[in-house]
Design a protein around this ligand. Structure first.
Ligand SMILES: Nc1ncnc2c1ncn2[C@@H]1O[C@H](COP(=O)(O)OP(=O)(O)OP(=O)(O)O)[C@@H](O)[C@H]1O
Ligand SMILES: [Mg+2]
Length: 489
């Protein structure tokens, strides 16, 4: 199917998300859609997938004008999409969710559908229980389910908006292999929206670049990364260096900490983190690193052992207490855990304040002023009145950082740069380096081993609830971490 977008325009109030964009997509090819945070990529793809209408412009399928009232209509015309942040999840099981949008006959045959689901999961190395409730899945698992649903759907044009943020390197290889197969053997069109330029270079035939709602250029792939980066930002952004810092005082101490959940147990964890230290946690999702963070934050109960913050015992503190202690936790799932879709930015800033300060903040004038300051400091594209779900993915991530309080001692960050373009990611790390210079420690999880090595002082790897020996970032490699992730010491 030959797909053409002609002069697509979509404005949100004064924001020109798409301002007259024209692109062509040929069958049998894989396209990369690039652009900095807020450039208009998701907006354009949601229009193509029938999720929202354009203000003006045309969609042509094999030369014929098409109008999609909703995603189901687009799917009938052969266009399917996996959204950047899996949007809303009704209280269904995995299998029921998979059956949505399937044709009636198959929908009634649970056994056949279950077999198909298992087959597809196996093909990509995904392990999700078909009977599990969607609400119990992690962010990565939700993305995996969405991917399987899309790939099973048989569309002619498939759009994947940041699909690799929740899957492992091996799962990504399997996904890319099937994407190649679908393009080369089945003559389908694929569009990959991603900030990971290496992935785009590896998989795609051609790149389109958007900038500030407009078309900024295109290039056949592979090509020099800098050519793409220049089109995205107008110039090649400089990288902020990581300042050296003496690490002297102990800030956080875990003594024989044990955490038990139905899915996983962490046994007798010992760990000391110093003021000013950046400590990276690596490992496949669900191997204990997230649970450890939640236990420190007071979001998962510690069964035994002790947790000390600046010498003070906070083992039994609940989340609102640890927040007042100067600990902050940023979750990976922006719109599922960290942000509330229908609340304004001001309301988010109010919610993020420790309880003692909330009475002050609840005076709206003050709260709006603080919000405006934070929006400026973190360069969030939005206003105090904007709702969180109106922000682009990268700006939602910036909002999470704007919610960190000034007197922070310990930041617990789950995938802090997920979905950020290189410049925004660098910017976020710059703000974190400033926190660190003020004596805060940073504990973070990232699936990107290069980021873990570049940004951390020390690193621990989690595998099956076991924490590896601790390695110095300056003395390790992605290869060594890979071995540790595979459970080899
Ligand atoms: N529903 C909405 N209401 C108001 N503004 C919106 C809405 N959706 C998007 N926008 C705005 O449109 C602009 C483009 O957003 P879009 O989500 O398309 O960016 P993006 O290129 O996908 O960015 P990212 O890489 O951060 O995901 C942003 O400034 C965003 O705030
Ligand atoms: Mg987006």
């Amino acid at each position: 199917m030959h797909v053409e977008l002609q002069n697509i325009r979509k404005h949100f109030g004064s924001v020109k998300a798409n301002d007259g964009i024209s692109l062509t997509f040929e069958p049998g090819r894989i396209y990369g859609l690039l652009g900095e945070n807020g450039a208009g990529k998701s907006t354009l793809m949601k229009i193509l997938a029938g999720f929202q209408p354009a203000d003006s412009g045309h969609i042509l399928l094999d030369g014929q004008p098409a109008h999609f009232a909703n995603p189901a209509a687009a799917l009938r015309a052969g266009i399917g999409m996996v959204y950047q942040d899996p949007l809303d999840f009704p209280p269904f099981t995995v299998l029921e969710n998979f059956l949505l949008g399937k044709d009636r006959r198959l929908a009634l045959d649970f056994r056949a559908a279950s077999a198909e689901l298992k087959h597809l999961m196996g093909r990509y190395g995904f392990e999700i229980d078909p009977q599990a409730n969607i609400q119990s899945l992690s962010l990565g698992e939700r993305q995996q389910l969405e991917l399987v649903r899309l790939l099973a759907g048989g569309g002619r044009l498939l759009i994947l908006d940041e699909p690799t943020t929740g899957i492992s390197a091996e799962q990504k290889d399997a996904l890319f292999a099937s994407m190649r197969h679908m393009a080369r053997q089945e003559d389908r069109t694929l569009i990959l929206v991603s900030h990971k330029l290496d992935e785009v270079q590896e998989l795609c035939d051609h790149a389109y670049v958007l900038r500030a709602g407009g078309f900024a250029g295109e290039h056949p792939l592979p090509c020099d990364n800098n050519l793409l980066v220049e089109k995205m930002f107008g110039q090649v952004p400089r990288r902020s260096p990581r300042p050296a810092l003496p690490l002297e005082t102990n800030l956080l101490e875990l003594q024989q900490v044990t955490v038990r959940t139905p899915r996983l147990t962490l046994q007798n964890i010992n760990l000391t983190i110093r003021a000013g230290e950046v400590f990276g946690l690596a490992g496949l999702e669900g191997n204990g690193q997230e649970l450890l963070m939640q236990a420190i934050a007071g979001l998962a109960p510690i069964a035994s052992g002790r947790l000390l913050l600046a010498g003070r015992d906070i083992t039994r503190h609940a989340y609102h207490q640890t927040l007042a202690d100067g600990v902050a936790y940023i979750a990976a799932g922006r719109l599922e855990e960290g942000l509330v879709a229908g609340l304004s930015l001001t309301e988010h800033i109010i919610l993020s304040a420790p309880r003692v300060k909330q009475t002050f903040f609840i005076r709206w004038e003050g709260a709006r002023r603080v919000t405006a300051e934070r929006i400026q400091a973190y360069e969030v594209v939005g206003t105090p009145q904007s709702n969180a779900d109106q922000l682009s993915g990268g700006n939602q991530q910036r909002l999470l950082f704007a919610m960190l309080n000034p007197d922070l001692k310990l930041a617990l960050l789950n995938q802090p740069t997920r979905g950020l373009d290189v410049r925004s990611a660098d910017y976020i790390w710059e703000t974190l380096y400033r926190r660190r210079a003020e004596g805060a420690a940073i504990l973070f999880i990232s699936p990107d081993l290069d980021e873990v090595i570049e940004r951390s002082d020390r690193i621990a790897v989690f595998s099956g609830g076991q924490m590896s020996r601790i390695v110095k970032a300056s003395q390790t490699s992605a290869e060594e971490l890979g071995h540790l992730i595979g459970g080899r010491q």
